[in-house]
Design a protein around this ligand. Sequence first.
Ligand SMILES: Cc1cc2nc3c(=O)[nH]c(=O)nc-3n(C[C@H](O)[C@H](O)[C@H](O)COP(=O)(O)O)c2cc1C
Length: 223
Amino acid sequence: MNTKMFLAIVLLMAVLFVYPVQIFAADANSAGTVKSIELPKPKMEGGKPLMEALKERKTSREFSGEKLPLQVLSNMLWAANGINRPDGKRTAPTAMNKQEIDVYVAMADGLYLYDAKENKLIGVLAGDIREATGKQPFVKDAPVNLIFVADFAKMGNMSEDQKVFYSATDTGYISQNVYLFCASEGLATVVRGMVDKPALAATMKLKSDQKVILAQTVGYPKK
Ligand SMILES: Cc1cc2nc3c(=O)[nH]c(=O)nc-3n(C[C@H](O)[C@H](O)[C@H](O)COP(=O)(O)O)c2cc1C
């Protein structure tokens, strides 16, 4: 076989095998993902004074279907667990500053991961998984369900008991930040432990080190 013929065969093989594999990979990727969303810069001024927000803080379980504008979503996520100092620390404290809690956002068009550093929602899954985020009927229609997921891999050499205790504690601060933001903005919210966690983890395609701690529904109150 001369060199020209050898090169022609290699080229043919590349076209026959490599190209379809690339197409298949591209399809597989686009089938399950949703586009990331750049969030507007969060507004860190305004809102009700703290004492008024505390006075208004409450759980509500009736939501209108109205979507949250991106600016409100951005403000809420920043209040929940955004970066508030140049050293990268957050609006919510974490034990030993492990920052192990990820805030996932389930909306009608997909599941997203809040990226506080880049101020964006990273597209995780296309499709509506809201119903899988809880056992109560309102979760499937409310515009936003937050899912607080602890990444035990970020918690270093803590014991399993410490990981469970601190990740639950750390989630509580984030949830209360959301409660106070909602009180300030006239939004309705409920934090929820009634979640089928293994089923939700499977739906979200979480890794074994990622643990669902709580979920929290947010929306406008039903009129
Ligand atoms: C850790 C935790 C888990 C909760 N789980 C649920 C839940 O699954 N479903 C629900 O409707 N409310 C849930 N709640 C909300 C409580 O029922 C609510 O906070 C309580 O009744 C007090 O009402 P308040 O928040 O208006 O003060 C939970 C609250 C906490 C702190």
